[in-house]
Design a protein around this ligand. Structure first.
Ligand SMILES: N=C(N)NC/C=C/[C@H]1O[C@@H](n2cnc3c(N)ncnc32)[C@H](O)[C@@H]1O
Length: 416
C-alpha cells in the first residue's frame, strides 16, 4: 500500500498522462487515498504513479486505483463488437441448428398464426431474419402489408432465393444490412426477432433490437418477444462433478488429485452452456430472477441486471451449483388475447439452448428445509460488448442448525 508521503516523491519521476480508462470490474477502496469504482465506469488517469497504482479521477473525486482493473477505452479495442467474426458465424448453416429447433421455430410460427387476422395490412420487421423463416411465416400465414427481412450476414443471399421460392416476393423485402444502419420507407407496426443467446443475453444482439425499436417501431407498436425472464434453480450435477473432478482421484489406480485445482479452473470457472438439467436434479422450485419488458427496456439497463432469490430446499441432496434458463413471451395483437410462451427450461421440450450450469467450487450437502438465499448479477463486459460476467452470491442456512450460515460468491465470465 502506498503511503501518501512516499507516493508524493514518486510523483516527480512518474510519467504524467491524462487518459480515459474503463473499469473492467468493481473496486472498493480500502484506504482514504484510494478511489472506488464500479465495472463500466470511465476513469481519467492523470499519473501512472507506478506499475500497480495509478492516480485517477472519477466525477471530481481523486485517488489511487489498481491498474489491473482498468482497460483503455473501447475505441482502443480494435473490434469491441467482433462483428466481423460474429456475422461470419451466421453466414454458414448455423441456421440449420436453429431451424431444427422445433419448439423455438414452432413458437414463432404459432405467434404468426394466432395473430394472422390482426397482422392484416400491418408492416412487420424481422430483425436478424437469418434464412427468413419468420418472414416467410408472415408472408404465407398472414396478410401483412409488408415484411422487412433484415439480415447483416451473407446468409441474406439465400434468404432472397427462399423468399422467391416460397412466392413471398410481393410482401417480403430482404435488406442485407446491419439493422442499425437501415433506411426504411416507413416505421413498422411489429418488430419480431429471435435474439436470445445463452443466459438470455449473451451476444447482446438485444442491444440491436432495442436500438431498432427506438428508431423504427411505431408508438404503440408490438415487440415479439414482448417480455423475457431468466430463471434459476439450485441443482445437483453428480455426472459433471464426477467426470470433471472425482475422475482425478483414482486414475487407473493412480492418484492424480493434485490436478483437481487445474480441473476446477478449466471446467468450473465458466458457465457450462447446453447443459441438459434433469428435473430430478432440481433441489427446489425454480424462480424468476430477472424480468425484461421489451417495450420499455433501455440499452443502458443492459449494462447491469440483477435479481434476488430465496430457495427452500425441497429434497435432501448435494448442491453442486445453479442452473439458469430463459423464457420469452409473445403478447397478442388482439386486446385481451392470450400470450404465447417459449420456455427453454428443464420442464419444457428441449431447445438448442438447453440450460446453463454454474458449478460452485465444491459440493455442499443440503437437507430438506434448508434455505439458499442470494443474488445473481449479469454485468456486461465494458470492453467486449457481446460478453458479460455472471456473479452469483449465495448463503446457506440450515433448518436443523440455526448457528450454521455459509456465504459465498463466484463470478463466471461468459466468456471474457
Ligand atoms: N442468438 C440467437 N438466438 N440469435 C442470433 C441471431 C442472429 C442472426 O441475426 C443476425 N443479426 C444479428 N445482429 C444483427 C443486426 N444488428 N443487424 C442485422 N442482422 C443481425 C445474424 O447475422 C444472424 O443471422
Amino acid at each position: 500500500m502506498l503511503e501518501m508521503s512516499e507516493s508524493e516523491n514518486i510523483h516527480t519521476n512518474s510519467n504524467i498522462i491524462t487518459q480515459e480508462f474503463i473499469a473492467l470490474e468493481d473496486f472498493n477502496a480500502t484506504g482514504a487515498e484510494q478511489l472506488s469504482f464500479t465495472a463500466g465506469d470511465t476513469l481519467l488517469v492523470h499519473e501512472q504513479v507506478c506499475t500497480d497504482w495509478w492516480w485517477a479521477e472519477r466525477s471530481g473525486c481523486f485517488g489511487y486505483v489498481p491498474s489491473a482493473f482498468l482497460h483503455r477505452g473501447v475505441e482502443d479495442v480494435e473490434d469491441a463488437w467482433q462483428d466481423e467474426e460474429y456475422f461470419s458465424t451466421y453466414g454458414t448453416l448455423l441456421h440449420l441448428e436453429m431451424l431444427s429447433d422445433r419448439p423455438r421455430t414452432e413458437t414463432y410460427r404459432q405467434v404468426i398464426v394466432s395473430n394472422s387476422a390482426a397482422l392484416r395490412g400491418k408492416v412487420v420487421m424481422d430483425l436478424g431474419c437469418g434464412t427468413g423463416i419468420i418472414s416467410l411465416f408472415c408472408g404465407r400465414l398472414a396478410q401483412p402489408a409488408a415484411v422487412y427481412a433484415v439480415e447483416a450476414s451473407s446468409v441474406a443471399e439465400h434468404t432472397e432465393k427462399l423468399v422467391k421460392l416460397n412466392r413471398c416476393e410481393d410482401v417480403v423485402t430482404v435488406f442485407r444490412s446491419r439493422a442499425e444502419d437501415l433506411m426504411l420507407p416507413s416505421k413498422v407496426d411489429v418488430l419480431v426477432s429471435e435474439w436470445m443467446g445463452n443466459c438470455l443475453l449473451f451476444e447482446f444482439m438485444v442491444e440491436s433490437v432495442l436500438r431498432v425499436r427506438d428508431r423504427w417501431l411505431k408508438d404503440g407498436g408490438m415487440m415479439w418477444p414482448s417480455s423475457a425472464s431468466l430463471s434459476l434453480v439450485p441443482c445437483q450435477a453428480h455426472a459433471d462433478y464426477s467426470q470433471k473432478m472425482e475422475f482425478w482421484e483414482n486414475l487407473y489406480g493412480l492418484d492424480f488429485s493434485c490436478l483437481q485445482p487445474v480441473a476446477q479452473e478449466e471446467f468450473f470457472s465458466k458457465p457450462k452452456f447446453s447443459h441438459q438439467l434433469d428435473p430430478d436434479d432440481c433441489l427446489s422450485t425454480p424462480c424468476n430472477v430477472i424480468s425484461l419488458d421489451m417495450h420499455t427496456l433501455s440499452v443502458s439497463d443492459l449494462e447491469k441486471l440483477s435479481g434476488e432469490f430465496r430457495f427452500t430446499i425441497e429434497r435432501s441432496g448435494t448442491l453442486h451449483g445453479f442452473t439458469a434458463w430463459f423464457s420469452t413471451f409473445f403478447h397478442s395483437l388482439d386486446e385481451g388475447g392470450s400470450s404465447l410462451e417459449l420456455n427453454t427450461g428443464p420442464h419444457a421440450e428441449s431447445t438448442h439452448w438447453k440450460q446453463t450450469l454454474f458449478m460452485l467450487d465444491g459440493p455442499i450437502g443440503v437437507e430438506e428445509g434448508d434455505c439458499v438465499g442470494g443474488a445473481i448479477t449479469l454485468q456486461r463486459n465494458p470492453i467486449w460488448r457481446r460478453h458479460m460476467s455472471i456473479t452469483i452470491e449465495w448463503r446457506i442456512k440450515r433448518r436443523n442448525d440455526p448457528t450454521f450460515c455459509e456465504e459465498k460468491t463466484k463470478r463466471f465470465p461468459m466468456w471474457r
